[in-house]
Write a protein that binds this ligand. Structure first.
Ligand SMILES: NC(=O)c1ccc[n+]([C@@H]2O[C@H](COP(=O)([O-])OP(=O)(O)OC[C@H]3O[C@@H](n4cnc5c(N)ncnc54)[C@H](O)[C@@H]3O)[C@@H](O)[C@H]2O)c1
Ligand SMILES: [Zn+2]
Length: 364
């Protein structure tokens, strides 16, 4: 098949625009993708973590053979985003002789993608990066949109940049080695897109739950493609997340982030988002924004995916304290993205802490 047939979505941002390619087996065509996305590429390096390198390093290096790539292995998971790793990586890029027309290929989950994207954004004042996410979360969310970050001891994602990739490559075959819990966690983000923007996608997930959990390639590629198109629109309208448009993608994340942090490491990100979406719906019903029947539909889908819908035992006070620090808060008042229906644009609302307490007690 021609490469263009895999182009699921195009992000139109002038000279920062790019294609998102989605399809089984695409990581075997990275050489062609790099050459198409950056015709003047002089060379490339691959940034990945050890488990991913073991699984896919050789095949990816072979597909980039024409570029004679060097592979740099960084720590796995969130550890990749330790600030010091960025410095180490930049030194390796220099040693490898990567020049201003070099390309960084980020092969891994959101953590590797964020670190490699950040390093690429500051190396020689910015070189091209191709995001090759290997987790479902990476394919539907973190690989797209140009946000890069490393962590600081004082806070997660506190140091970063906006640096759009020159291409995103989502090869659904890579998900076959992903632990099922990570697959489910990624599917929570898919449900999120369904609720905030696409009822058809929502119903599709509901009707194809088993196939998605079984990693049916056709279903998976379809869903990833839809999510990529949805995220594309938000990124095009609000590239730097300063117009309030991209905030909708934060649905389920205000309480989700707090729960993820306080229950750490017991909850995966998507699990926390699943829980966050359930409480957001409860608040939306209380404020007359959403019909209780639609709320039931969300619960059905999440439960069908065996995602948690209820907070684990946590101190409600502590949770609320953490939520006040969310970036959407205004003068210490908690603001949350609340749904208005399945597939309809959500709304940003100030939430009374007493109502939040009630919701925390109501969801069972
Ligand atoms: N830049 C953004 O817009 C954005 C958006 C959302 C999240 N993020 C960031 O993404 C990170 C989380 O990303 P994540 O959920 O992908 O987790 P992750 O990158 O930590 O990966 C999770 C685990 O899955 C393993 N793994 C990855 N792909 C695999 C595969 N194909 N087979 C087997 N194992 C595999 C990894 O080795 C790792 O141990 C967080 O740091 C978060 O801040 C960034
Ligand atoms: Zn998320």
């Amino acid at each position: 098949m021609r490469l263009t047939e895999y182009a699921a979505s195009e992000i139109r941002l002038g000279d920062r625009g790019y294609q998102i390619y989605v399809g089984a087996g695409l990581s075997g065509r990275l050489g062609e993708i790099v050459a198409t996305s950056k015709p003047d590429a002089t060379g490339c390096v691959v940034v990945t973590s050890e488990p991913i390198d073991r699984l896919y390093g050789e095949a990816v290096a072979a597909s980039l053979g024409g570029f004679n790539p060097r592979t740099f292995v960084v720590p796995d998971g969130e550890e990749a985003k330790e600030w010091e790793n960025a410095g180490t990586l930049l030194g390796r890029f220099l040693d490898a002789g990567l020049d201003r027309n070099g390309v960084v290929v980020a092969l891994g989950g959101g953590a590797v993608g964020d670190l490699a994207g950040f390093a690429a954004s500051i190396y020689m004042r910015g070189v091209a990066v191709v995001q090759v996410p290997t987790t479902l979360l990476g394919m539907v969310d973190s690989g797209i949109g140009g946000k890069t970050a490393v962590n600081h001891v004082k806070g997660k994602n506190m140091i970063g940049s906006f640096h759009q990739p020159v291409a995103v490559v989502a090869d659904s075959l890579l998900l076959r080695s992903l632990p099922i819990r990570e697959v489910r966690s990624g599917l929570a983000e898919v449900v999120k897109y369904g609720v905030i923007a696409d009822e058809t996608l929502f119903r599709y997930v509901e009707e194809n739950t088993k196939r998605l959990l079984g990693l049916d390639q056709k279903c998976m590629s379809h869903v990833i493609g839809r999510c990529a198109s949805i995220k594309t629109k938000y990124v095009e309208e609000d590239e730097r997340d300063d117009k309030g448009v991209r905030a909708a993608l934060n649905y389920g994340h205000t309480l989700g982030h707090a729960a993820e942090k306080l229950a750490s490491p017991k909850l995966r990100h998507g699990e926390a988002v699943s829980i966050g979406m359930m409480y957001a719906v409860e608040l939306a019903i209380g404020m007359g924004l959403m019909d209780p029947e639609e709320a039931q539909a969300q619960r059905r889908v999440l439960e069908g995916l065996s995602l948690p819908t209820k907070l684990p035992a946590l101190e409600a006070d502590e949770l609320i304290r953490y939520m006040r620090r969310d970036k959407k808060s205004e003068e210490g008042r908690i603001r949350m993205i609340l749904p208005t229906g399945i597939g309809s644009p959500p709304t940003l609302r100030t939430v009374e802490e007493s109502k939040l307490m009630e919701a925390i007690e109501a969801v069972t």
